[in-house]
Every structure is written in C-alpha cells, then in structure tokens.
Design a protein around this ligand. Structure first.
Ligand SMILES: Cc1cc2nc3c(=O)[nH]c(=O)nc-3n(C[C@H](O)[C@H](O)[C@H](O)COP(=O)(O)O)c2cc1C
Length: 170
C-alpha cells in the first residue's frame, strides 16, 4: 500500500476541512495516509515519507500561516532528494488578489531547490487574481482553495487534483 504523509497548518479551520476530505478520499482509493498538524510535530518527520502532501494557507498579506512560519527556517534546510511532493493552500483571491496562495510558492520552492520532485501544478483558469508567489511560468505550483469566495467549488477542485496526482506517488 502506498503511504503518504500529509503535513498542514490551519488558523481558522478551512485547511483542516480540506485535509479531512483529502485524507478520506485517498484512503478510499487505497492509500495509507498519515496526517500531521505542523504545530504538533518536529519538522524532520517529513523526511520519513517518500510521498508528501503539504498544505499552508496564506495569512497577513503574503505570509505563511503562523505554525509554518515558526518552523520555516528548519523546513528550508531539509533534504528532499527522492521525495515526491504535492502542495495546496487555502487563500482569498478577492481580498488578496496580489498575494493569492503565496504560501504555496514559499514552501514549494525550497522543496524543489532541495531535490524534491514537485507534482500537482495547476492551471490558473479557474481563478481570478493578479499575482502570486506560487506562479511559475503560467501555472500555479499547487492547488488553490478559496473557501472565502468559492466554497462550493473546493470539493470538485480537490477531487480533480487528487485524481491527477495519485498515480505519480511512488
Ligand atoms: C488578515 C488576513 C490576511 C490574509 N492574507 C491572505 C493573503 O495574503 N493571500 C491569500 O490568498 N489569502 C489570504 N487570507 C485568506 C486566508 O488564507 C483564507 O481565509 C484561508 O482559507 C484561511 O485558511 P485556514 O482557515 O486554514 O487558516 C487572509 C486572511 C486574513 C483574515
């Protein structure tokens, strides 16, 4: 059975809702999923998994969520060689159109720089924002979930994204 480590942080609970949905979906698809609130663990835990899903909402205009912010200096030193990683983040494209899901880019970039293989890039077609640190060429480095403005769409977006990335896990 393929095993995935899901690492997340959440301040107002939206990411937690998404994480619970994804965990159940992946388990139904036959994956073993271990989920960790980043506030409760040592960041080295990530290195125990070959397949990693990372989720961080963007807070305070282009910043990491507080619990991710606290461990970021250790996170960016991790060696991700041989790891497969997918990123998603909650954000608000209407309220923060110049910083939509910045945190996804802030975490995905060190992952790639330190040897990780990134999967789960997304088209920008579903969204309406001006700028994001998560933009790379014309794609987003991970999935954006806008519970503030498009809650009805989040579940469908998660299913499409998971179906897209599932086969890339090792
Ligand atoms: C003060 C404040 C600042 C925010 N800054 C951003 C931002 O820069 N970019 C963005 O995409 N979303 C931003 N958001 C929206 C949150 O990311 C969004 O509400 C998200 O769903 C929160 O996730 P959580 O409930 O898991 O903490 C901000 C929200 C607040 C209240």
């Amino acid at each position: 059975m393929k095993k995935i480590g899901l690492f997340w942080g959440s301040t107002s609970g939206n990411t937690e809702i998404a994480v619970e949905f994804m965990e159940e979906y992946l388990q139904d698809e036959g994956f073993e999923v271990e989920s960790f609130n980043i506030a409760d663990i040592d960041v080295d835990k990530m290195i125990e998994f070959d397949n990693i899903i990372i989720s961080c909402p963007t807070w305070n205009i282009g910043e990491l969520q507080d619990d991710w912010d606290s461990i970021f200096l250790d996170y960016e030193k991790l060696d991700f060689s041989g790891k497969i990683g997918a990123f998603f983040g909650c954000g608000d494209q209407v309220g923060y159109p110049d910083n939509f899901i910045d945190a996804v880019g802030m975490l995905a970039k060190p992952f790639m720089k330190n040897g990780g293989k990134l999967i789960g890039r997304c088209s920008t077609d579903d969204y309406d924002f001006r700028d994001s640190v998560a933009l790379d060429d014309d794609k987003l480095l991970g999935l954006g979930l806008d519970y503030d403005n498009e809650e009805d769409e989040c579940e469908g977006q998660m299913i499409m994204w998971l179906e897209d990335i599932m086969e890339d896990f090792i």
